[in-house]
Ligand binder design. Structure first.
Ligand code: BTN
Length: 325
């Protein structure tokens, strides 16, 4: 029902409560209640007294059929299922559950909204209805986690290139390890989780969140400077279905080959988008270890390199931020 109601409002035009009720065979009061619910999910719906309801902008609903239609034939063969959910806690959690039942299958899950979207380092990923692409890919590797160093950076560089080349997002940058920035504001991020044996095989859950058109009260909860594809002035008219398909078309070939290639072929591309190289930064590694230095790019395996008074230190994990001088 909420999806059907949203589909009726998706054109951004005014719709009367009576007509909406007739189309969905429910009362006007029921429509009013459902509209309230959609707003709670994060939809920006204006209620015009005595006239009807209107979405603040056109809404492109996710559709597994439309996504699959735009996938290259070879890519389709590598994926068992593309599932679109309405509201779930987290697409990553869903992939984790799926991989327990079907450990050998590659699976893609998307949601219109997430109630417990997860970010890196235990943070929340604010995921209002239709405000972004919330997608996770469960991908099976024969090797163990140790052989997948740099995978998350490879994913980030491919996403940055797709956003720039295919969707005209100018000024796309990456903040180590895999924050996607535009004009110094965060537009997307990647959360990688792993299940399986240390020596392999293992399943990687690649969670990708990209803000596309974040509106409504939910975005007030974002606790850092952020932007989305609309605000970043993407020069191409896009739909989230097209964005999802384009990402899968470019990510899957990398995933298929990563066990053989490793990170090296993606290093130069990542460095092309490096937001911090040459800048004074602070790296937080562990709970309260802080290192000050100058960001010096990344190593062949994707570690962050930091020049601390002329000595190069490598970090496998941590949080890096610009040091204001
Ligand atoms: C980050 O903190 O930068 C990573 C954000 C990752 C968010 C995505 S949205 C789809 C997937 N499901 C989640 O719960 N998280 C990831």
């Amino acid at each position: 029902m909420p999806r059907a109601l949203l589909a009726l409002l998706a054109d951004g035009q005014i719709h009367s409560g009576r007509k909406l009720g007739e189309s969905l065979c429910v009362s006007r009061a029921a429509i009013h209640k459902k509209i309230k619910k959609l707003c709670e999910f994060g939809a920006d719906i204006e209620s015009i007294r005595g006239i009807g309801y209107r979405l603040s902008a056109q809404f492109d609903l996710l559709s597994a059929k439309d996504i699959c239609h735009e996938l290259d034939e070879k890519i389709k063969l590598s994926i068992s299922d593309v599932e679109v959910c309405w509201s779930i806690p987290s697409t990553n959690s869903r992939c984790l559950d799926y991989s327990k039942t079907y450990p050998t299958k590659n699976y893609v899950c998307l949601a219109e909204c997430q109630t417990e979207g997860r970010g890196r380092r235990g943070r929340q990923w604010v995921s209002p209805l239709g405000g972004g692409l919330y997608m996770s890919i469960a991908w099976r590797f024969n090797c163990g986690a140790g052989e997948l160093e740099g995978l998350s950076l490879a994913v980030a560089s491919i996403i940055a290139k797709t956003l720039e080349v295919r969707f005209g997002v100018k000024g796309t940058k990456l903040k180590w390890p895999n924050d996607i920035l535009v004009n110094d504001k965060k537009m997307g991020g990647i959360l990688i989780e792993l299940v399986g044996e240390a020596a392999g095989p293992c399943t990687v859950i690649l969670g990708i969140g990209i803000n596309t058109c974040a509106t409504g009260y939910a975005v007030c909860k974002i606790d850092q400077p952020w932007t989305d594809m609309i605000r970043a002035n993407t020069s191409v008219n896009f739909s989230r279905n097209a964005l999802c398909a384009a990402l899968l078309n470019s990510l899957v070939p990398m995933l298929r080959n990563f066990e053989q290639t490793g990170f090296p072929p993606f290093r130069a591309e990542w460095e092309r988008y490096d937001a911090l190289c040459g800048q004074p930064v602070v790296v937080q590694s562990g709970i309260d270890s802080y290192f000050e230095g100058v960001a010096a790019g990344i190593s062949a395996s994707g570690d962050l390199l930091l020049d601390v008074n002329g000595i190069l230190r490598a970090f496998k994990s941590g949080e890096v931020s610009l040091r204001r001088l």
